[in-house]
Design a protein around this ligand. Structure first.
Ligand code: G4P
Length: 528
């Protein structure tokens, strides 16, 4: 076991999953305030407001300097060192959003109490389920009217197939919102609208029948008693093991904008959420406590500085200790690389830190030598698993304006797909390229970069596809038959894996019924 144990055990690396407008940005800001990483409310919000209306690449590029530092927000809270990884949403929603979740140890799910579980949350939850990532739930906007708390819990259980266990309970909502009762501390927290500063002390009420409760809450005291009786009878008790296995989510209620219920949630989060754990590689499982360094690239951001066409690879450390200037083995290209120009993301003091531990994220500048899924290690050749490509949901055909530039186009698309900007498919029945993306903004970025970096002038053409699945079968003959009969819908991705592209989920379902024995995958592991 390494001497790094203390550092590893106090690390919490997580991402927020939510649907746009549920309150992710507002909550992030409150978390950073508690962690002392920002001094004033509005800092995070301002960044988003600036980013929100833009969709042209140059504007995005200008923003890069800011957004890259906020891709990882590190802060200290109590004895913990917290890495909050941004999961880009709104227009920035892309495969990166999914992939960030492959680099976290837990997730915080934010739900708008008026809307319940929304589409994007369902999609992000699917990604969490791939690794059974433990999830804490924060139900937001209790200062507004919304669904009844029990109905929200039902909604989560039904749509997300995860058991809910409330650890706090709201007293009323909207105009009648009085606060939350912390069920495990047995503490009452009263709500004061507009409270933007750090949270206050709760009132300890060990016995829910205490008359003090009636003095404070009036007629709502009895409502709370009834609710608590109901949930104590109906809800499953919190079980740390179930939470860590991803089958149960502790639920907190509050209002991010009023900074209410956030501290209670954060206090519970740092205690419950797991520290970095072992991670599967192709040959074996790697423990974070191993002495030798290892890590993998899960995100690449290009053109941070327009005058230097460099890229930054975000590497999640899985074991050992990172020190500035160290050497590590770049497994895919089979060479040692020196991490002399690494950035360590440390909120406000990142330049001064020379060491990083499992759970931390480092940024390595490079000129296209690092691709998503690459593993770096010391002494041993390793390849981490679980950093896949995700099936795109938007498709476009690229039409080259000048056919002489085909080589440039090929090179550009290969590199952009390695960076995870876009996925490239080549239909087997025709020539040409079909691009696939998880978020539509990726098409603008791809086109702009093809032009500025590769000198390619191209346009997009509409295609009818909306769904893609990678296909495999244990029976090669069956796969051949399937491909022959669906030849117009089969394409090879950048690594040569075959995918079935079709118009709708319904069509896919129909095809799957027709073709037992063929496996249809929503993700595909990136190979070396
Ligand atoms: P997002 O990052 O998940 O997209 O959500 P964001 O934090 O931007 O919040 C979306 C909207 O919800 C914002 O309002 C925000 O102020 C509001 N909001 C967040 N938390 C709460 C809450 O606890 N209660 C209430 N009532 N509203 C909340 P907006 O009008 O879109 O933006 P703004 O005008 O406030 O900037």
């Amino acid at each position: 076991m390494s001497d790094n144990k203390k550092e590893i055990d106090r690390r919490r690396t997580f991402g927020i999953i939510s649907h746009p407008d549920a309150g992710k940005t507002t909550l992030t800001e409150k978390l950073l305030l508690f962690g002392g990483a920002i001094q004033q409310a509005g800092a995070v919000k301002g960044r988003k407001a600036g980013r929100y209306a833009r969709s042209d690449w140059m504007a995005i590029e200008k923003e890069r300097g800011i957004s890259v530092t906020t891709s990882v927000m590190k802060f200290n809270y109590k004895d913990f060192e917290v890495n909050l990884l941004d999961t880009p949403g709104h227009q920035d929603f892309s495969e990166d959003t999914y992939r960030v979740l492959t680099a976290v140890d837990s997730a915080l799910m934010v739900i708008d109490n008026a809307k319940g579980v929304e589409h994007q949350t369902e999609k992000l939850m699917e990604v969490c389920r791939m690794r059974n990532t433990p999830i804490i739930t924060f139900i937001n906007k209790l200062d507004r009217e919304g669904m009844m708390p029990l109905d929200i819990l039902d909604d989560i259980e039904n749509k997300l197939q995860i058991e809910c266990t409330p650890l706090s309970w709201p007293i009323g909502m909207g105009k009648r919102f009085k606060g939350v009762y912390n069920l495990y501390e047995k503490e009452l927290h009263l709500f004061t609208p507009g409270q933007k500063t750090k949270a206050r002390q709760g009132i300890v009420i060990n016995d829910i029948n205490d008359r003090q409760l009636d003095d404070i809450l009036g007629s709502q005291a009895d409502e709370l008693r009834q609710d608590i009786e109901l949930i104590e009878g109906a809800a499953d008790p919190f079980e740390l093991e179930h939470f860590l296995a991803g089958s149960q989510t502790p639920v907190f209620f509050g209002s991010a904008i009023n900074n209410f219920g956030v501290k209670e949630m954060l206090d519970a989060f740092v205690e419950m959420a797991p520290h970095p754990g072992p991670r599967a590689a192709v040959t074996r499982e790697v423990s974070p406590y191993e002495k030798t360094f290892s890590g993998f690239a899960f995100k690449i951001q290009a053109n941070m500085n327009p005058s230097h066409r460099d890229r930054i690879a975000f590497i999640r450390i899985c074991s050992g200790k990172f020190t500035k200037g160290m050497k590590a083995f770049h497994n895919r290209i089979g060479k040692d690389v020196t991490f002399s120009n690494a950035t360590i993301f440390m909120a406000n003091e990142r330049a001064n830190v020379a060491e990083a531990y499992p759970g931390d994220i480092i940024g390595i500048y490079n000129h296209g030598t690092i691709k998503i899924g690459d593993t770096f290690s010391e002494k041993e050749s390793l390849k981490f698993c679980g950093i896949p490509n995700f099936a795109p949901e938007f498709f476009k055909r690229v039409i080259l304006k000048n056919p002489m530039k085909i080589k440039h186009l090929q090179k550009g698309l290969t590199q952009l797909s390695e960076e995870g900007v876009v996925q490239v498919f080549r239909p087997i029945s025709e020539s040409g390229y079909i691009l696939g993306a998880v978020g539509v903004l990726q098409f603008d970025i791809t086109m702009e970069r093809l032009k500025s970096e590769y000198g390619v002038d191209a346009i997009y053409e509409h295609v009818e596809y909306n769904v893609a699945r990678w296909i495999e079968s244990d029976d090669p003959k069956r796969l051949q038959d399937f491909e022959r009969e669906n030849i117009a819908n089969i394409a090879k991705d950048a690594e040569g894996s075959k995918a079935y592209l079709t118009t709708s989920e319904w069509q896919l379902g129909y095809c799957m019924k027709q073709w037992p024995g063929i496996e249809f995958y929503k993700t595909r592991e990136i190979s070396e």
